[in-house]
Every structure is written in C-alpha cells, then in structure tokens.
Design a protein around this ligand. Structure first.
Ligand code: FBP
Length: 327
C-alpha cells in the first residue's frame, strides 16, 4: 500500500477555498517556494562551486556581503518579479525598497534571503525568512511599511534541511517536509508545548555580560531550568523552539566593554527577522517582545532595516522576562 501525504499546494488550495480567497496568494507562495528550492541548490553546491566566500562589498548594515547573500537575493527577486503579484519588496540585501509590480501587485514581501551568515562558510543551516502583507484593495494605497500585526502570512525555510514552516493569519502555523520529488508535504500544525519539560533557552552566551543587568539577573535565576541550545541562525534556533518550546532571545547589548560594540537597538531586523518569527510564534500559541516588553507585532516600523531586540517563544517564559523588562 503506497502512503500518500497531502501536498503543500493541495493544503493551500483548500485553505483558500475554505476562506473564499483568491488564487493570487498561491502564485506568490509558488514564487517563494521556487526561490527556496533554488537557493538550497546553490547552497548545497556552494562549497564545490566556491560560492561560500565573500562577495567583496558591504551591505546597508555595514556588514561584509557574502556571495551566497547576493545569489539568494537575486533568485528571490527573480521569482517575485515573475509572479506579477508583488507591489514592492524589502530585502536584507538591498538598501532601498524594491518596486516590482507597483500597479498590478497585490502583496508586500519583506524577506531575508539567507539568514545566519556566520554559518554560511561552513555550509551549516541557514534560513530564508519572509513576511507578507496585502495592499489596500478597497482604497488608495500609500505603500507604508506594515507592522507585524498587519502581515497576512510569514514563514521560513531552514536550508538545507528541506523543512518549510508557514503561518497564516488566524489559521495557525504549519510545517512541511520536502520529499524525493522536491514536493513539500505532510502539513503538521505546530503548537508550542505547554509542558515545560523540554523547553529550551537559546541565546549567544558570549554576549551574556553585555546585556542589561536585569536581563543578566533573569538568566542567572532561570538558566538551570532549561536545556541550552544555540545554532547561531535565527531560523534554525526558532525551528527548535517551535517544536520543543522555550525561548530564543537576542537582547540589546548595552554593557559591552567596547562601547562601540553596544547595540542598544538590538541586532536583528524588525520587518524580515523579528516580526516573521513573532508572527509564526503567535499563530503557534506563543508570543514575542522587544527590550521594553512591547509586543514585536505592535511595533510600527519607521524604516525598512530597523533593528530590534527580540525575546520570542512560549508565553509563560516570554511574559516572565517581559515583566522584568517592563521594570
Ligand atoms: P544575518 O542576517 O546577518 O545572518 O544576522 C542574523 C543572525 O545571523 C541570526 O540568524 C542569528 O540569530 C544572529 O544573527 C546570530 O548573531 P550572533 O552571531 O551575534 O550570535
């Protein structure tokens, strides 16, 4: 007896039908999936083709651009363009907002084509993160930057693991696995486990003594309760949190011995990193806040590459540190 699993396309078709929605979103998702498969191919062959090194220039964040960052960006922009469904896109690898189908487009796409740059040179897991918002179809559209709470979907591909996780507004967070025919299959609803027995704590321990005193104190009081895990790529670390529960955090750096290395605004980017995992976490029963205890999804972005501190995961744990942050 051959065992057949539901495909992603079939899953989304039924979702759209059930909610009386259009086919436009399917075309956009097809573009994102084609991008991820293509990026995964380049990443898997990166070492052999010598694509895992530096590109030789610096991005808007002042960071050395990796050859793979450029390749991943180029691939994603190509497929978003040919989808004909995107008004404009914001990419970690482009300083400016990228106008695409400004008249006929229906969605705004905010993405990080290759998240986890410190893993690239080693071919270790990285992520393709994206958030999607919809243009105003009832009236004039001014193209303003959307807060996470206005996203209609957000997702991530953990590359090269063949896993894809997608959250749909008010419809949950779903994980899919790729099969030998390169099809994403077997929709599995992700709900953060209530039982804290497997909960994990994930942060860059090297930064521990650069955090605010109250964050350091919270870590001191709580660290022995949880297993500690850190992959160094948000997509990979959050992938674990979605399965096991717990919290991933990238707090503000405010006590660095070299003041030039302080990051009072946090490191991660709001629109295509923090808000993406916050949206998926909320649809999976969790929550996410910034350094002031403000919900990440409520933060109205002022500029495309705005940074934020991030605390994301199981509600009891995030709410516990949020109380400390709120002071
Ligand atoms: P990039 O998008 O430049 O990779 O930065 C984001 C990121 O790599 C996250 O994926 C990860 O959680 C964090 O930065 C790791 O930072 P650090 O190396 O300081 O721990």
């Amino acid at each position: 007896m051959i065992r057949f699993e539901q495909t992603f396309t079939n899953f989304l078709l039924h979702h759209q039908e059930k909610h009386n929605r259009s086919y436009h979103f399917l075309i956009l998702m097809d573009a994102l999936i084609s991008s991820a498969k293509h990026i995964e191919h380049y990443y898997l062959t990166g070492a052999l083709k010598g694509n895992l090194g530096l590109a030789g220039n610096v991005n808007v964040q002042g960071e050395d651009v990796l050859r793979m960052d450029q390749i991943a960006h180029e691939i994603a922009i190509h497929y978003l363009r040919v989808s004909g469904r995107v008004v404009h896109a914001i990419s970690e690898e482009s300083e400016k907002i990228i106008p695409i189908n400004t008249e006929s487009g229906r969605y705004f796409v905010y993405f990080d084509p290759l998240d986890g740059s410190s893993n690239v040179a080693h071919g270790l897991p990285v992520g393709f993160l994206f958030g999607i918002a919809k243009r105003n179809l009832e009236g004039p559209e001014d193209g303003h930057l959307r807060a996470g709470k206005d996203y209609i979907a957000a997702g991530m591909f953990v590359i090269p693991t063949g896993t894809f996780t997608l959250a749909l507004k008010d419809a949950g967070t779903w994980r899919f696995h790729i099969d030998e025919t390169m099809e994403f299959l077997k929709p599995t609803r992700m709900v953060l486990p209530e039982d804290s027995k497997d909960w994990e704590l994930s942060f860059n321990v090297a930064n521990r003594y650069t955090y605010a005193e109250r964050v350091q104190d919270w870590i001191e009081q709580n660290q022995r309760k949880y297993a500690f895990r850190y992959l160094g790529a948000l997509a990979g670390d959050f992938h674990r949190i979605l399965s096991n529960g717990g919290m991933f955090m990238y707090p503000a750096i405010v006590n660095h011995p070299d003041p030039k290395k302080n990051r009072a605004q946090g490191k991660l980017r709001l629109m295509y990193e923090a808000a993406v995992v916050a949206f998926m976490c909320q649809e999976a029963g969790g929550t996410a806040v910034d350094e002031t205890g403000t919900p990440i999804l409520d933060i109205q972005p002022k500029e495309p590459h705005q940074r934020t501190a991030l605390y994301v995961g199981s509600k009891p744990m995030v709410n516990d540190i949020a109380r400390v942050l709120l002071g």
